[in-house]
Design a protein around this ligand. Sequence first.
Ligand SMILES: [Zn+2]
Length: 376
Amino acid sequence: MLKIKTCTRAMIAPSKYYQGPGELNRLENYTSKFGTSVLIIGGKTFFEKFEERLLNGYKQTSSTISFVKFDTKKCEVSLNQISKIVKQCSDKKYDSVVGIGGGKVLDMAKAVANKLESALIIFPTSASSDAPTSSFSVIYTDEGVYSHLLYCKKNPDIVLIDSEIIAKAPVRLLVAGIGDALSTYIEVRASMEAGAPNLIEDGYKRTLTGIAIAKLCHKTILKEGLKAKIAAEAGVCTEALENIIEANTLMSGMGFECNGASGAHGFHDGFTILEECKKYLHGEIVSFGIICQLVLENRDLKEIEEIINFLTKVGLPTTLKDIGIEKIREDDIRKVAKQMVNSFHMQCEPFMVTENMIYDAIIAANAIGEFYKEKH
Ligand SMILES: [Zn+2]
């Protein structure tokens, strides 16, 4: 089990966070704080839907923009791809790098800005995970296998969110973000009970401020999640949806980085080795991972029921079938357990975890999920 090795407390955050309708049109207000030379790293959706709007916002300004298209269908956030883009952009000094898109585009922008030593603005086009505010990028091999976390010198200078864009993004992405954010406090609680460190550099003690943010994230998700989902389905941005965007992005992002992570993400990482799970989103697999974690920790039935009811209402997975595992093969689930037993996440559980305990927790979590499905 991992233990904190210092009595120093630490917390971490993006320097600035802005969230509101129509913020894309005001991007120049933010980039001009750092200078006039701007590099935009965008994904496919950005170039299809938002490039023109962005260019309009820069008309009649002294800023100059360059674009890099990062096609996440063809390329991974690998060290080779990062070097390629850095090389492509090293003929000029960029005052700011703006990443616009989903998780992989944002991770690429973080890594490139870090290398170029430019200011970094992160502009997520969905609220599907809590990665935008963090100081690291997830690095894969060129073949798409997870490699390591790349820690940048700092968190983003600005996280900028246009809530109108989030409201019109596919609802499945928002709901996956709700699942990811719901795991935050549940994982933080276990990590605290374990006396495990937070995720800042080599690991520090938590601040009360960081813990309060994780708790507020949990409360906000349970209170506003369903209302926000319904608003997003109608394509409109209500106060409940604004609250969920903040919870999915800022509260969950600071919540995990300032406090730590544990079981649910460990289960997620285990399940991703199974072919059947590959078409499911990060937050969807994490959602079933939450139930596995609650079972592993033998939490009160009342809490397990509350979480399953919530996941069911917003349409997140509660059984193995819901994450693509139609036929449960003991060998496969044992492989998942073997893969995750020594992971960082499992070492942040409050007790020693064995492969058998993981296997049993997955099978029992699935049975409980099925039980409540029948009951409904
Ligand atoms: Zn996550």
